[in-house]
Design a protein around this ligand. Structure first.
Ligand code: NDP
Length: 284
């Protein structure tokens, strides 16, 4: 068996088309503000991509690139200014933040109605109780990808490897809301492959190159690879690989590629969230 590929690009385009349609119904448009501290190369490239895609969709986009040593008080003052600005639809603070900044305090300072990353505790609570309008982008993008390819979720056994606040936990909440039976595994899970082999849909959100091998996957399962890892083999330059070993293709029924799988969905969902936030502001 060779797994069916589930590329992100067509699913992301469909999501962006919906975002464009909803944007057209907003006379004032929508404006995304992304705040970045320092020059971490991965953060610089993620922020550049978000800014470029936002403009392509027709959003206004402003990147606030601040020095690494920016005092937390200055960052909080910028967030307060954007919270109070009716023209600012969405605010995103790119993570990770430098060690001198308390990330949790910063995320809590963002107006929950402008929190397009969905990380504010109000939105996290809302996610678990079924009330949030702004779901975290990666898990929501993963669900949109499954929907695009008509992969059923209700009644299925879903296993998530990884329990972070940005991927694993919110993905568990969303899958539960969609009537999957959900198991969350992590670094303290004994006999991981016995757990993952029970999955109809297996989600790898770990950050370990090729951790998931054919031995972890039930024949015909759908495998969603969220991982993005810089992987160097021998003398070759490092390249981006997922958490899932390429040999899984011979066992799985369907598999997302890395790069080009979940990544584009995350950005598309961010832009959708920005349009949603702008709609809410226009029609509270
Ligand atoms: P974190 O480092 O925050 O979490 C990793 C999780 O994996 C933890 O829960 C950890 O367990 C678990 N884990 C670590 N080692 C093992 C192991 N050997 N067996 C089982 N579980 C293990 O990572 P993130 O959730 O932030 O990101 C995960 C991956 O997804 C990364 O590669 C990241 O780059 C990628 N990512 C991709 C995005 C995209 O758009 N494509 C967006 C966001 C992230 P424990 O809790 O016990 O420590």
């Amino acid at each position: 068996m060779t797994a069916r590929a589930l590329p992100g690009a067509p699913a992301a385009e469909a999501l962006l088309a919906r975002a464009r349609e909803r944007l057209a119904a907003l006379p004032g448009g929508a404006h995304l503000h992304v705040i970045r501290l320092g020059d971490d190369p991965a953060s610089v490239s993620y922020v550049r991509l978000k800014d470029r895609k936002a403009r392509e969709v027709g959003l206004r986009s402003t990147v606030h690139a601040l020095p690494d040593a920016t005092p937390e008080a200055d960052l909080l003052a910028l967030i307060a200014r954007l919270n109070a600005d009716p023209a600012a639809s969405g605010i995103l603070v790119q993570l990770p933040l430098p060690a001198h900044v308390n990330a949790s305090r910063v995320l809590r300072a963002i107006d929950p109605d402008k929190d397009v990353d969905g990380f504010h505790p109000v939105n996290v609570g809302g996610l678990w109780s079924g009330e949030t309008r702004l779901p975290p982008c990666t898990p929501a993008g993963v669900l949109a990808l499954l929907d695009h390819y008509a992969v059923p979720v209700a009644g299925k056994r879903a296993v998530i490897v990884g329990r972070s606040n940005i991927v694993g936990k919110p993905l568990a909440a969303m899958l539960l809301a969609r009537d999957a039976t959900v198991t969350v595994a992590h670094s303290r899970t004994p006999d991981l492959s016995a757990v993952t082999r029970a999955a109809d849909i297996l989600f790898a959100a770990v950050g370990r190159a090729h951790l998931i091998t054919p031995a972890h996957v039930r024949s015909g399962a759908t495998v969603i690879d969220v991982g993005v890892n810089r992987h160097a083999v021998a003398d070759e330059p490092p390249r981006l690989v997922g958490d899932v070993h390429p040999d899984v293709r011979s066992v799985a029924g369907a598999l997302t590629p890395v790069p080009g799988g979940v990544g584009p969905m995350t950005v598309a969902q961010l832009l959708m969230n920005t349009v949603t936030a702008a709609h809410h502001h226009a029609h509270p």
